[in-house]
Design a protein around this ligand. Sequence first.
Ligand code: PLP
Length: 371
Amino acid sequence: MNLPDELKPTPRVLMGPGPSDVHPRVLRAMATPLLGHLDPQFLALMDSTKRMLQEILRTRNELTFAVSGTGSAGMETVLVNLLEAGDEALVCVNGVFGTRMCDIVERCGARLVRVDAEWGKPIDPAQVEKALKSCSPKLVAIVHAETSTGVWQPLVEIGNLARERGALFVVDAVTSLGGVDVRVDDWGIDALYSGTQKCLSAPPGLSPVTFSPRAVEVIEKRKTKVQSWYLDMGMVRKYWGAERAYHHTAPISSVYALYEALRIILEEGLEARFERHRRAHELLRAGLEAMGIEFVVESAYRLPQLNAVRVPAGMEDGPTRKRLLEEFNLEIGGGLGVFAGKVWRIGLMGHGAEPNHVNMLLAALNMLRSG
Ligand SMILES: *Cc1c(COP(=O)(O)O)cnc(C)c1O
């Protein structure tokens, strides 16, 4: 056969909703020679990865590790392990990812109770409180950083409401972790999942998760088998824990990448990293507002790492993003769902949350606007 072309895509600057640009050190880590997945050197790497995750998640949860799979695999891991058929689950929905959680809850055979907010607005704790009066869910689930809308959801009040009702508190931190503060223990979070390709700035492929002792107890007391063999914590934790029992082959190179990405985060320091995200966001905001471009979310609930803005009058959504990609090698995201065609999603995630990225995009938009 004729061989297809050599793999050499034109490099892009990734300023969409993920994947984000990764540090060159992370790319180099991925080219490290493979080890066996039970090699003592690799097991030591897994232990260090777990300890670094605990630090970044600000948790002492023993059951903290990275699921083999992207953020959605983490979402599914948390829900399929905590829910059994006939359980009740309350899910907060104000965008794509809350909606996805509802789908998984229903696939678990659980009874779904939804609390909705308009896209672009945070969930109102009063609505959760009201819903909790007429149900007694096993868990309350919510998205911390809604990547489809740019909403930064306050968690503490809703977490307290869940706890008062004896429900587990489940949080999607796929886009929040590494960009804004996530405090698992202080905020009473019982189960949380994230993803590597947003603000952790590693390639997609792993999903950090953590379960509180309370959540572990719920898993241990299940009456039925977890419907997913691959994501069954009862088995997976025996590989990440002391037993080191083979379950599935760890994606070695992805673990290398996450390991190096976490080291980079801890070298920088969490506070410094969050501050860098805030500064990049402020620079972008000033530049966009000077062009008359408006944000979707009111300022109190805006994520620094995911900037949802209205497509300005006089510029077309698809053609503009196409030209950004083709002429400037710059990727930004379009709108999803009700925001399709109306909103752009500009990511300033992890390694990419820095002034050069912002200035490149602002310059490119200005050039495209003036023809
Ligand atoms: C990206 C994302 C997911 C899904 O992660 P994948 O890596 O695409 O599977 C889930 N929740 C949120 C908030 C996300 O941003």
